[in-house]
Design a protein around this ligand. Structure first.
Ligand code: 9WN
Length: 423
């Protein structure tokens, strides 16, 4: 297919997954609005329809909680093709939502959308950006208060689903402490849509749902959850995305003339960069997350170790080391960057976050490499991603050893990644 045809196909996937101003990740498998999917999708929309890009973010914010948290799922309309639905979460929000969050790509997306709107001369750009900026600022305050109450400069996830990398090998040790017992009856729907060998295992789901049961019993109160959480990881991928989004909000605060907000954001930014700097491990050539329950570093290699590049300026030695390490992960792969490297004992090239390549992760890694002046490697990773989509279609993820497209198809964020990386 020509590039033009591929772009048309990407547009039509976004149109097909539109449910009225918001986009589902894919039909049936994920029939609601997901937080970080929508942020990436908004950047995709901004390449051809800026009004629709704003709408995506505005509809997500309809689910924002009074305390500032932007939930990971907004259940705008009922569907019985996904588990767990609103009844299991029991959050009692005015629009049904889940009770946990996801990586705050929102602030990054807002800057993109704003700049596209200005470039297009959109009359209501400033007013729309201003409203969404305030929502983003409230959510960043929530992150630091609720998820870094001890002031580490690192934000914690209390559930693997929050990371967006559900069954990543990075969580294996911490998740093994979570009991498999649940008070909720588990009725998986995902394995009816996608082969079970490409999905998290039943035991993972038992632990995922155990955690939901615990937090529901805390009435979704952030302090009670923090005290009772059996899973608590200060995640470098999450912290890096928050730090980068904070930098993008600082830029928007300048544009909007919001001086007080800018000073507050600048303080947050320094705190997060200091926290990230302490997580660099020269012996591993990457950043590592911290298990807040055991107090141990999580050294298991996953893509998360490279995501801090989106926020941190590396020194020359760090940059050379990261580039060499990424090359090692790419070695022998048909498509990279794998979410876990082949040399890891945990590597499973078809099982979700345990090896497969994700277009949006490559988007973040390439963006971080470019910020750190590794332009050639950034470009190569973008091109590999674009070719993977051209060869296998707009799949959820790709087998790094074969390039095969896996998981759900006609996937919204893969379409968005194609539009952005293929430019
Ligand atoms: C749970 C929607 C989401 C992505 C996540 C991905 C997967 C959900 C699930 O799908 O998670 O949130 O049920 O498997 O891991 O990154 O946002 O595409």
């Amino acid at each position: 297919m020509t590039k033009l045809r591929m772009e048309e196909a990407a547009h039509s996937i976004l149109a097909r997954n539109d449910r009225g101003g918001y986009t589902v990740p894919t039909d049936r498998l994920y029939p609601f609005q997901w937080n970080w999917d929508s942020a990436f999708v908004a950047v995709g929309f901004a390449t051809f329809n800026v009004d629709r890009a704003y709408r995506e973010l505005e509809r997500l914010i309809e689910g924002q909680w009074d305390d500032g948290m932007i939930p990971h799922i907004v259940f705008h309309a009922p569907s019985d093709t996904y588990f767990p639905g609103p009844d299991v979460w029991g959050t009692r929000h005015r629009i049904p939502t889940s009770g946990i969050t996801q990586p705050p790509v929102f602030g990054m997306a807002l800057r993109h959308v704003h700049e596209a709107a200005i470039a297009n001369g959109m009359a209501d750009a400033e007013a729309r950006t201003r409203a969404l900026f305030q929502a983003a600022l409230r959510s960043h305050r929530w992150w630091l208060e609720a998820r870094d109450p001890e002031g580490l400069g690192l934000v914690a996830i209390l559930h693997p689903w929050e990371s967006g990398s559900d069954n990543s090998p990075a969580w294996d040790e911490a998740l093994a402490r979570v009991p498999t017992t649940t008070t909720t009856v588990i009725r998986r729907k995902d394995t009816g849509h996608v082969d079970a060998s490409m999905r998290p295992r039943d035991e993972d789901y038992q632990r995922f749902i155990h955690l939901v049961d615990v937090y529901r019993h805390c009435d979704w109160d952030p302090k009670r959850q923090w005290t009772n959480a059996p899973f608590k990881v200060a995640d470098v991928q999450m912290t890096a995305i928050l730090a980068r989004a904070t930098a993008d909000l600082i830029h928007l605060a300048e544009v909007l003339g919001a001086e007080g907000d800018k000073a507050e954001l600048a303080q947050m930014h320094r705190t997060l960069l200091d926290g990230l700097a302490r997580r660099w491990r020269p012996s591993l050539s990457r950043f590592v997350s911290l298990d807040l329950i055991s107090g141990n570093d999580i050294e298991t290699p996953t893509q998360a170790g490279f995501i801090p590049l989106v926020a941190v300026t590396l020194d020359d030695a760090q940059r050379d080391a990261v580039m060499a390490e990424i090359e090692r992960w790419l070695d022998g792969m048909v498509v990279g960057v794998p979410s876990a490297p082949r040399f890891s004992p945990a590597f499973e090239p078809k099982r979700y976050w345990r090896g497969p390549v994700w277009a949006v992760i490559n988007w973040l890694i390439a963006d971080g490499l470019r910020l750190n002046e590794a332009e050639d490697l950034a470009r190569r990773i973008e091109q590999v991603t674009v070719h993977a989509v051209e060869n296998a279609g707009f799949c959820e993820y790709f087998d790094p050893t074969t390039g095969e497209g896996l998981g759900g198809d006609t996937f919204s964020w893969t379409a968005a990644a194609y539009l952005v990386l293929g430019r």
